[in-house]
Design a binder for this molecule. Structure first.
Ligand code: A4P
Ligand code: MG
Length: 183
């Protein structure tokens, strides 16, 4: 394991998982645009994306009733903080707005896992501390990266107990899909 502060600015290529979520607007178009925009960043290359899942909000406060969630796996040469900056920039570009803590959002991008890297600082926690607790994250993550390791514990993600809550319902596959039966 490499302590984050010792990472060189230009990392060797590592796999990274990004969680995508949206509960406002044309969720699917926003998430698919974000996948492409991330892939256009120098040092990031899309390897696989999960299906999209229609998911109930984890805790109330979602006026439009449901989220669309998915996870994408990239090959990355970026530092964890560069990744976070790009995620924030794309959220802003998607016109991210929200209504209160855990409220609606047009686009939420979370850095879920970075292969072999564990960061805990004021700005960034990787692995994302809640990744293994959320069905709409762990399910799609294991779909595309079944042997992912939790760098905080060194154990496979698949060994985490199944998170509580309703199982997310897949509504389509990126690029060839079953259109969702909702707007
Ligand atoms: N931050 C620290 N670690 C990370 C990380 N690994 N990835 C910091 C991204 N950001 C990280 O995040 C606030 C700050 O957390 C960032 O600026 C960064 O410095 P945010 O995304 O701006 O705020 P947020 O999304 O409101 O908070 P948070 O804690 O990220 O919320 P979550 O955990 O994303 O939960 N229900 C369903 N069904 N689907 C969802 O996607 N999402 C949420 C929000 C609640 N309920 C949901 C869903
Ligand atoms: Mg977030």
């Amino acid at each position: 394991m490499i302590a984050a502060r010792h990472l060189a600015p230009q990392l060797e290529e590592r796999r990274v998982a990004i969680g995508l979520g949206a509960s406002l607007g044309d969720r699917r178009a926003t998430l698919e645009r974000a996948l492409v925009q991330l892939n256009l960043i120098a040092g990031l290359r899309l390897e696989r994306a999960s299906r999209w899942y229609r998911t109930p909000p984890l805790k109330g406060g979602c006026a439009q009733g449901w989220f669309l969630n998915g996870v994408a796996l990239y090959r990355s040469r970026l530092t964890p903080w560069e990744l976070l900056d790009h995620c924030r920039r794309l959220e802003a570009r998607a016109g991210r707005r929200r209504s209160g803590f855990w409220g609606d959002r047009t686009l939420d991008l979370d850095v879920l896992l970075i292969e072999g890297v564990h960061v805990d600082d004021a700005e960034l926690c990787v692995p994302h501390p809640a990744a293994h607790l959320r069905p709409f994250v762990l399910g799609p993550l294991l779909e595309i990266w079944p042997d992912a390791i939790d760098a905080r514990t060194g154990r496979p993600m698949v060994e985490h107990p199944p998170p509580l809550g309703p199982r997310p319902v897949a509504v389509g596959v990126v690029g060839r899909s079953t259109p969702p039966s909702h707007p």
